[in-house]
Ligand binder design. Structure first.
Ligand SMILES: NC(=O)c1ccc[n+]([C@@H]2O[C@H](COP(=O)([O-])OP(=O)(O)OC[C@H]3O[C@@H](n4cnc5c(N)ncnc54)[C@H](OP(=O)(O)O)[C@@H]3O)[C@@H](O)[C@H]2O)c1
Length: 308
């Protein structure tokens, strides 16, 4: 599969991820179009979405955007979607085979395509044996509706179970200088079994840009003012010290801290591509700059060490 090293995360189109409370918020359709245009111009050819992002708006707007383009664009974009989360308050969720197939059909409709390149399970479902989910995904592959499938938000034990049950070829977990959990089990397992690994939240929700400073209010409109809950633990002196070190290392190289943080990910041979989440075209600059930063193993280790 032709995954570009940068993947456009479309999780903010019409919402903030899959949280129903934010459906209809996030980037507008026009803003999403501007971002997709900018990503295309920059050579990004892989888009990451999910059925529930923005309550369906993310997939719908990607489909709308693709329809405005010629075959050259439509045939070049690799589409990756996910399923698990409810499409709205009180709606069903999970990885039951019938639901997976129904949701995939609805994703194809919203995206306006006959096939997506990749489908990921968006979360683990304790109520459905993973072999049953894999069976449904195998059928979708056999029907030509899905190119390949994988898992998101899994731990090592879940990944091992899934690999024993089906042809899962990809993992998408949170991974960054501020979230190194995958190093414990998931990354080594992906390497050992030849799976692709495409981390999300490479900037820890914006923290690795250095925009959040000790003792200061979060910038107006930033994620720490809209959906701070997943990142509250980062308001910690050790994190601020690490960010100071990252800023100094970035200044020495003449790049932004965000670029260096993404370069740190790209320098790991186990990382296939990084799912970035810009809200405006200018926020694409750090990931693009990161492509030009070469980090040796020692330099990468030194950056890792900044965060303990
Ligand atoms: N599989 C999953 O469960 C899962 C979960 C989360 C995300 N994802 C995917 O991964 C994508 C990226 O995740 P993420 O949004 O958490 O990534 P991230 O890169 O860690 O955070 C993105 C946020 O950082 C801020 N930011 C980005 N570039 C910036 C820059 N140059 N200067 C200042 N601030 C900047 C923006 O926040 P502000 O709002 O503060 O401007 C942006 O919303 C999502 O769109 C989605 O496709 C998948």
């Amino acid at each position: 599969m032709r995954i570009t090293r940068l993947i456009l995360g479309c999780g903010n189109f019409g919402g903030v991820g899959s949280a129903p409370a934010f459906f209809g918020k996030g980037e507008s359709r026009d803003e999403a179009f501007v971002l997709m245009d900018a990503a295309w111009e920059a050579g990004i050819r892989t888009f990451d979405t999910a059925d529930a992002y923005g309550g369906g708006r993310s997939e719908t707007w990607i489909g709308d955007w693709l329809r405005t383009k010629g075959a050259d664009v439509r045939d070049s974009i690799v589409l990756s979607t996910k399923t698990f989360n409810p499409m709205g308050e009180g709606e069903d969720r999970g990885l039951a085979p019938a639901r997976v197939k129904r949701q995939l059909e609805s994703s194809l409709q919203r995206l306006g395509v006959e096939r997506v390149d990749m489908v990921l399970t968006h979360a683990w479902d304790d109520d459905v044996p993973i072999a049953e989910t894999a069976g449904a995904l195998d059928e979708l592959v056999a029907d030509g509706k899905v190119g390949a499938y994988g898992l998101s938000n899994v731990d090592g034990a879940q990944l091992r179970d899934a690999l024993a049950a089906g042809a899962f070829g990809w993992v998408q977990n949170s991974y960054s200088l501020l979230d190194r959990e995958p190093e414990q089990e998931v990354l080594p397992l992906c390497a050992e079994r030849g799976l692709g690994f495409t981390p999300f939240s490479p900037l820890a929700g914006g923290w690795l840009t250095g925009k959040y400073r000790r003792g200061e209010e979060a910038p107006p409109g930033s994620r720490m003012t809209t959906r701070p809950e997943p990142y509250l633990h980062l308001r910690d002196e050790a994190v601020y010290r690490g960010l100071d070190g990252l800023a100094a290392a970035a200044a020495e190289r003449g790049v932004s801290p965000a670029a260096l943080a993404i370069a740190w990910l790209l320098a790991d041979p186990r990382v296939t591509g990084v799912v970035v989440g810009p809200r405006r075209p200018d926020q694409l600059e750090p990931p693009l700059a990161a492509l030009g930063v070469e980090l040796g193993e020692d330099e990468r280790d030194a950056l890792t060490g900044l965060f303990g």
